[in-house]
Ligand binder design. Structure first.
Ligand SMILES: [Zn+2]
Length: 461
């Protein structure tokens, strides 16, 4: 009995080593291929330079959908199709204008996604500055007829820039309604940007509350916010002129883009990988999220180029409308649920194309510790990828994942330091992406896809 157990242990240990070596060899091939002949960077060039930014509902977003579909069709997928979805279309209109009166000193601003416009004439009002919305109530009636200016600086002390972003993002979404409740005429919000030394405003979604007046909601760049704050300190009666012409334009019929590479052994088990194809309407949507879509596509293409045959079905999904509605992810989830699909794992890339650091994993602690023990060393020793922690899924996976509570979800985590300098700004352009960093991310994604395809039952059992 004892002897048999001992022998079995030896066999198990031996097999483990061989499997680990095979995986290591495969990952070396993946990394070499990605650096040598990866196409994510050149595809990203087309998406950003030829198509450009692509807010959901725009003609550019549909152009990106059709181009992505033909790109997928040029690869040996078994099936490529569009999944119809209606999205609310928000249009920025003419470039915003803002300046301090009476000096006419310009302020760099961008309407927040979803904002109504001031009308062509614009509006002029005194300004009430606070750091936190919670301070507004103390001002009571003094808010009426004024522009509420929330000037909370970025928390520089945090390494996790995503956490710093999250700390203040609810002031962006709740602000217009909170200010309007007290009679404010507009909402001016200091940009959620980790760059405090430049003057690029940072857009992003905001929302209104039924039953409370909608007022124009506008982001102001960090340097402009400091300028306005200084002017208000000198003269609290300082007024500001604001003009924006943004508006909702109703529902637009558009699509998610999906491609499937059929599994040879367990085709009914699906591994989803992808990110959102839409972007905000400034810059070129390069890091957010051109790198995510072109990177996940190239991860699959790299495995194809290596002659790999997946055991399970690998499904690539480009979601529409992550930035201002997540209608694409909702549609994907409803359709998958209606078919009772077996989605065993999901990978999402939506945190930029900087050098890969690892993955946040939505699964049991046991599964995460298994991954830390078996997969992390493969990534860490040769490829400088070492973060494998229990955490939240990406936004799109999180939305459709509501229908699939047992799916293990991986959220790709590149280096976070520079992401919020450029995210949602005019600086999010192709030139901000480094080819080697991007292809290193592609290799990390392809490696995880390969490991999941081979061994996902180890973390789902
Ligand atoms: Zn994004």
């Amino acid at each position: 009995m004892k002897k048999i157990t001992f022998t079995l242990l030896l066999v198990a240990a031996g097999l483990g080593t061989v499997a680990g070596q095979e995986d290591s060899v495969m990952m070396e091939k993946i990394y070499s291929k990605s650096f040598e002949s990866g196409q994510a960077y050149e595809n990203l060039r087309y998406l950003t330079k030829t198509i450009g930014n692509r807010i959901a509902g725009s003609a550019k977003a549909e152009e990106a959908v059709n181009w992505s579909k033909s790109l997928m069709e040029s690869l040996p997928f078994d099936q490529v199709y569009l999944q119809a979805v209606d999205v609310p279309y928000w249009h920025r209109g003419a470039t915003e204008e803002a300046y301090i009166l009476p000096t006419n000193e310009p302020l760099q601003v961008l309407a927040l996604g979803g904002s109504i416009g001031t009308g062509k004439a614009g509006l002029t009002a005194e300004v009430i500055e606070v750091e936190l919305l919670s301070e507004l109530r103390q001002h009571g009636d003094a808010v009426r007829g004024k522009i509420v200016f929330v000037n909370k600086p970025w928390d520089e002390s945090l390494v996790e820039t995503g956490v710093a972003y999250g700390l203040n993002s609810s002031q962006r979404s709740r602000g217009p309604a909170e200010a309007a409740k007290l009679g404010a005429v507009a909402y001016l919000f200091r940009s959620l940007s980790s760059s405090t030394t430049d003057d690029f405003p940072h857009t992003g979604g905001t929302r209104y509350v039924a039953g409370i007046d909608s007022i124009p909601a506008i982001a102001i760049a960090a340097v402009s916010a400091q300028k306005l704050s200084a002017a208000l300190k000198k003269d609290p009666k300082t007024t500001v002129f604001l003009k924006n012409e943004s508006a909702w334009k109703g529902l637009v019929h558009t699509h998610n883009v999906i491609a499937e590479w059929k599994g040879t052994e367990k085709p009914d088990e699906i591994i989803t990988i992808g990110g959102h194809i839409d972007s905000w309407d400034v810059g070129e949507g390069a890091h957010d999220n051109g790198t995510g879509v072109m990177g996940t596509l190239d991860a699959i293409r790299t495995l194809m180029e290596l002659g790999y045959k997946p055991k399970r079905t690998i499904r690539l999904v480009f979601y529409m409308n992550e930035e201002n509605g997540v209608q694409g992810a909702m549609k994907y989830g409803e359709a998958a649920k209606a078919k009772s699909e077996k989605i065993v794992a999901a990978i999402e890339s939506d945190a930029g194309g900087f050098a890969p650091r690892g993955f946040d994993i939505k699964s049991s602690a046991t599964a995460v510790s298994w991954i830390q023990q078996h997969w992390k060393p493969l990534f860490e020793q040769k490829f400088w990828v070492s973060r494998f922690l229990q955490g939240s899924p990406g936004v799109d996976s999180g939305v459709w994942g509501a229908h699939f509570p047992n799916t293990v979800m991986f959220n790709f985590r590149p280096d976070p330091h520079r992401y919020f300098d450029i995210h949602h700004t005019a600086k999010d352009v192709f030139e901000a992406v480094d080819r080697r960093e991007l292809q290193s991310g592609v290799a990390a994604l392809a490696s995880l896809l390969y490991l999941l395809d081979q061994q996902v039952d180890q973390i789902t059992k």
